[in-house]
Design a protein around this ligand. Structure first.
Ligand code: ZN
Length: 327
């Protein structure tokens, strides 16, 4: 199951990390603007058209894929909303792009998302588009039935999401709300390695001897903070160069075997570039070791990382198992 990932720091991976950085920056901007709420209009914020959207393409799975499938169906290019981006979905996306005069590459990114999303309000007569939005609201913790109906409960869920993301709580899903739904981090977590760089099946491998995970990445792969917090650099014979980040809730995330000293000390944001992978310390080959400790007890990171990868609501750290993820 260990596939070679050396040198796979491809363009898509860089795009994904760039998006995370921009997401964090935008959140900070929104918070700052909220302080002087009432004096500043939403027009100050970057328009959705100019923003970074996630790249969704063949081989991906999860709610962003399901949303794309419902939306291309809503545009008259039906495809099964099964959450798996296969050749049929790529063909439907390509047909949509051709119909809209877009670059027909079968991938959904910055150019295609704005053309694909459909403004929605309560009572909308657009069941597939409504379901596309419900999938996103459910990704952010909603519990809405995929019945194609934009009812009062859905409008409430939209307003809740908008309030939580520093937006005006209109209950209407416009391009800005679509962008926030699709782009914001799930439960405020980030993958530790850009999504494009490491396949899903590397996140469920058992660790040796105790709960943790070893991610096979080549030297110099950017490592991102799974959760923000207070960073303390590490340099010892076991971890090598690394860092421990204590989240606000007290959970401690450790990252080991960096190529060179950690890039951070003190406050760190979720998704921030904290170091570059390597082979220092007690390590037999380049990889990133990730451990999570809650109340001094090591828990299994695998269910959390898989949920983040799939874009579904992650399990609470308190519910992560303490066995079953090592041999
Ligand atoms: Zn390890």
């Amino acid at each position: 199951m260990v596939t070679s990932v050396e040198g796979t720091k491809d363009e898509g991976g860089l795009l994904m990390s760039a998006r995370r950085t921009i997401g964090v920056t935008c959140a900070a901007l929104v918070a700052a603007v909220a302080v002087i709420a009432g004096l500043v209009s939403a027009a100050w914020l970057p328009s959705a058209d100019a923003a970074e959207w996630p790249l969704v393409k063949e081989g991906h799975r999860g709610p962003d894929v399901t949303t794309v499938q419902y939306l291309v169906t809503a545009h008259g290019h039906p495809t099964d909303p099964d959450g798996q981006f296969g050749p049929n979905t790529a063909a439907a996306v390509t047909a949509f792009q051709q119909a809209k005069g877009l670059g027909a590459d079968g991938m959904v990114g910055n150019e295609t998302w704005p053309a694909l999303v459909i403004d929605l309000a309560e009572g909308a007569d657009a069941p597939d588009a409504v379901n596309a939005a419900k999938v996103q609201l459910n990704k952010h913790g909603g519990r809405l039935a995929l019945d194609g109906v934009f009812d009062a409960a859905m409008a409430d869920a939209v307003r809740t999401f908008q309030s939580e993301h520093g937006m005006e709580a209109t209950g209407v899903i416009d391009a800005g709300t679509w962008h926030a739904l699709v782009s914001s981090a799930v439960g405020d977590y980030s993958l530790p390695i850009a999504r494009e760089t490491l396949p899903r099946d590397e996140y469920d491998d058992p660790h040796h001897d105790y709960p943790a995970v070893d991610l096979p990445v080549g030297e110099g792969t950017p490592v991102l903070a799974i959760n923000g917090g207070e960073a303390t650099p590490v340099n010892d014979s076991s971890c090598g160069y690394g860092v421990v980040i204590q989240a606000d809730d007290g959970d401690r995330y450790s990252y080991c075997h960096f190529r060179s000293p950690a890039l951070v000390s003190g406050p760190v944001a979720t998704g921030q570039h904290i170091g570059d992978s390597g082979n220092t310390g007690n390590s037999t080959g380049p990889h990133l070791h990730v451990g999570i400790r809650r109340d001094g007890v090591s828990v299994c990171p695998q269910p959390l990382l898989l949920a983040i990868y799939d874009g579904v609501a992650p399990p609470p750290i308190a519910e992560l198992p303490t066995s079953g993820c090592f041999y």
